[in-house]
Design a protein around this ligand. Structure first.
Ligand code: SF4
Length: 226
């Protein structure tokens, strides 16, 4: 497409694609959230950014566009309601064949369902339990879709079960005992320990170390090939 460059007054053959959805974004039109809030390490700033995203009518479009930009090494800042680690986790979900239904995730954070979602997050012990409870109420959702909705609602949504009745195990033992097959599949797909930790919901360097140690111990004890 040929357009006239506004500053040089010369024709150019490239024009930016239409970005109509951005015109409707909350972050562009709100005075309660600043651009810095999407890139800060401050909890209050991040909370403002997440709250803006939760009320944003273009959260789905924004998440998809942000994920396209993520396809390099960096996943920086909050976009489409998710932080870099959550988007990192979604990449592993996709490698395992779990693709969220973002339209349905939006339904789950609509005024009709949001309170119910938050209640379930408080009483259920895992994504699996939450998903089953929502299905009993007639919502045909899968775990990764619920995971995105819980993230959007402002809570964490690890793949590892988050409530255990009177039982205690070290993180490393849990990783080896329950999640080693998944860890190995993701390792085989070239996902780093940091990415696997993000997928499991134990993000950051300490989570990555736990994954590496679990693999190391499993190799030493012959559970997997070194
Ligand atoms: S989802 Fe969040 S980051 Fe994306 S346009 Fe809306 S408010 Fe901005």
């Amino acid at each position: 497409m040929t357009v006239l460059n506004a500053s040089t007054r010369r024709p150019t053959t490239w024009a930016a694609p239409p970005l109509d959805w951005k015109v409707r974004s909350v972050c562009r039109n709100s005075s309660t959230v600043k651009a810095d809030d999407f890139f800060t390490t401050s909890k209050s700033g991040q909370d403002r950014a997440h709250a803006a995203c939760l009320s944003c009518p273009v959260i789905v479009e924004c998440l998809q566009a942000t994920q396209e930009l993520d396809s390099g090494t960096y996943r920086w800042g909050i976009g489409g309601g998710l932080d870099g680690s959550q988007r990192f986790a979604l990449e592993s979900e996709a490698l395992l064949g779990h693709v969220p239904n973002l339209g349905m995730a939006r339904v789950l954070v609509s005024p009709r369902w949001l309170l119910r979602l938050r209640d379930l997050r408080g009483v259920c012990g895992s994504l699996e339990e939450m998903t089953a409870a929502l299905r009993e109420q007639g919502l045909m959702v899968d775990e990764v879709t619920v995971r995105v909705a819980v993230w959007w609602s402002g809570a964490d949504a690890p793949r590892m079960a988050w409530r255990r009745s009177g039982e205690w195990q070290s993180l490393r033992a849990r990783l080896r005992g329950e999640y080693l097959p998944t860890i190995l599949v993701l390792k085989g797909q070239g996902v780093s320990s940091l990415g696997i930790a993000a997928y499991l919901g134990i993000p950051g360097q300490s989570g990555a170390r736990a994954v590496t140690e679990a693999l190391h111990v499993a190799a030493k004890t012959g559970e997997v090939a070194a």
